[in-house]
Write a protein that binds this ligand. Structure first.
Ligand SMILES: *[C@@H]1O[C@H](CO)[C@@H](O)[C@H](O)[C@H]1NC(C)=O
Ligand SMILES: *[C@@H]1O[C@H](CO)[C@@H](O)[C@H](O)[C@H]1NC(C)=O
Length: 411
């Protein structure tokens, strides 16, 4: 993928001119002095063509075609990092800025689904009214073209849905650009998305096989960019009530402590699944329990098998399951124990503070751990992921893996 930069004097260093008693002697007006070259290494190679172009533009000169050509061959970036912002005050979702066509949109990055869909100017006016026009994707942009005969219809576990047309457009995340990404353009959507104005659509990072475009399903943005990345990975460091990051193409060693605990991903149903084999509450002993877990940034809570969820809240005096909330409630001042799950024989520890999801009334809080009743698997949402450094790896050939480590800083 890396193209040669032919014919240009690309310099990987620069030279300092220093007087010295050795080296080339020059004689000027009877005095002798010496030029001595010292190479100073640069952190990154300096790309001359860009500044040559800038100089031409500054003096309003036509940029030589060979400079334009050289620029078009500039080595494309193979990694980037973007902010993961809580989309609401209670960390209900984590959003990223994404350039879709010429527009800057705020998308809910969701590892539990595989569609990139956006609110659009094609929605009925009643559904458009909650956002300014600048936040509605306009498919008449210069870089957009219709994917004829294709449509999408996606429905989520909470009965919400979106449906509409499909376009190909330029989609950039930080420095990484997919020129022809399938962008699913909503022409109708559930009321939930009309009122949930913290984001302008979903950005799916589960397997492309789960993509809901028909007749031909489309690749996710990650699958499109993956062959160009330095490493076929993306990582997340989600933070409680604070800005974290999503990194693409590399594993930032400064963002975690200790070793990464890896688990193979079966990709069952297209999800980031893994199989914990046990759990421990606070300093308690490890209990055996094997169940299917799915890591999902697009879910707020941490759903666990009922016996495990109940065992956790039994350690919190005054807590109870509230059918009204559909969740556990507890006195807000309670000290919440850490929860540990065993993955690949290793402990993955989740700080107790994560289990305080939100205040529901004076002195009463709602728990981050919930029962996974009615689900064919246990969804490990943000209440689990916050505080962890999570690596999602899809090699070009071979086994996908998910990895967990403690974040370097707990903030
Ligand atoms: C996109 O919008 C967000 C806020 O909506 C802003 O913080 C960010 O700087 C914008 N990015 C660009 C490239 O315009
Ligand atoms: C990623 O890009 C950097 C900077 O251009 C380059 O040095 C490195 O070799 C690239 N890595 C891969 C695996 O392409």
């Amino acid at each position: 993928m890396i193209s040669q930069i032919a014919g240009l004097g690309v310099c990987f260093c620069f030279f300092l001119v220093l007087p010295s008693s050795t080296g080339t002697s020059l004689n000027a007006k009877g005095k002798t002095f010496t030029l001595h070259q010292t190479a100073v290494p640069r952190a990154r190679p300096w790309f001359a063509a860009k500044s040559v172009k800038d100089t031409h533009l500054k003096y309003q000169l036509r940029v030589p075609i060979e400079i334009e050509n050289a620029l078009s061959q500039e080595i494309p970036p193979n990694q980037t990092s973007v902010s993961a912002r809580p989309g609401t005050r209670t960390d209900q979702m984590y959003v990223v800025n994404v350039q879709v066509g010429g527009q800057n949109m705020t998308l809910d990055l969701d590892t539990g689904s595989s569609d990139l869909w956006v609110v659009s100017s094609l929605l009925p006016s009643t559904q458009k009214a909650t956002r300014p026009a600048s936040r509605l994707y306009d498919p008449n942009g210069k870089t957009a073209r219709r994917l004829d005969g294709h449509s999408f219809m996606i429905s989520y576990g909470d009965q919400s849905y979106a449906k509409g047309q499909v376009y190909l457009d330029r989609v950039a995340v930080g420095d990484l650009v997919v020129p022809n990404q399938a962008v699913e353009v909503a022409t109708s959507m559930a009321t939930k998305f009309v009122v949930e104005t913290g984001h302008d659509g979903l950005f799916g990072f589960a397997a492309s096989a789960k993509n809901s475009v028909s007749p031909k399903s489309q690749l996710t943005w990650f699958d499109n960019i993956r062959p160009t990345l330095a490493q076929p990975v993306f990582t997340c460091s989600l933070k409680r009530h604070a800005v974290g990051s999503f990194d693409f193409g590399y594993i930032d060693k400064a963002k975690y402590r200790g070793d990464i605990v890896w688990s193979n991903v079966r990709g069952h149903r297209g999800y980031w699944d893994f199989n914990p084999t046990g759990f421990a509450i606070g300093d308690g002993e490890v209990h055996q329990a094997t169940f299917e877990a799915i890591a999902d940034t697009g879910s707020s809570l941490w759903y666990l098998p009922r016996t495990i969820a109940d065992a956790y809240w039994k350690q919190v005096p005054g807590s109870s399951y509230s059918t009204a909330q559909g969740a556990f409630v507890f006195p807000c001042q309670s000290k919440l124990p850490e929860m540990t799950v065993i993955v690949s024989g290793q402990p993955v520890r989740v700080p107790g503070i994560n289990m305080n999801y939100q205040t529901v009334s004076a002195g009463t809080c709602m728990g981050g751990i919930n029962r996974d009743f009615g689900m064919p698997f246990s969804i490990f949402g943000d209440a689990f992921l916050k505080g962890l450094f999570v690596v999602h790896e899809v090699p070009l050939k071979g086994q996908s893996r998910i990895g967990f480590a403690a974040q370097a800083r707990s903030d």
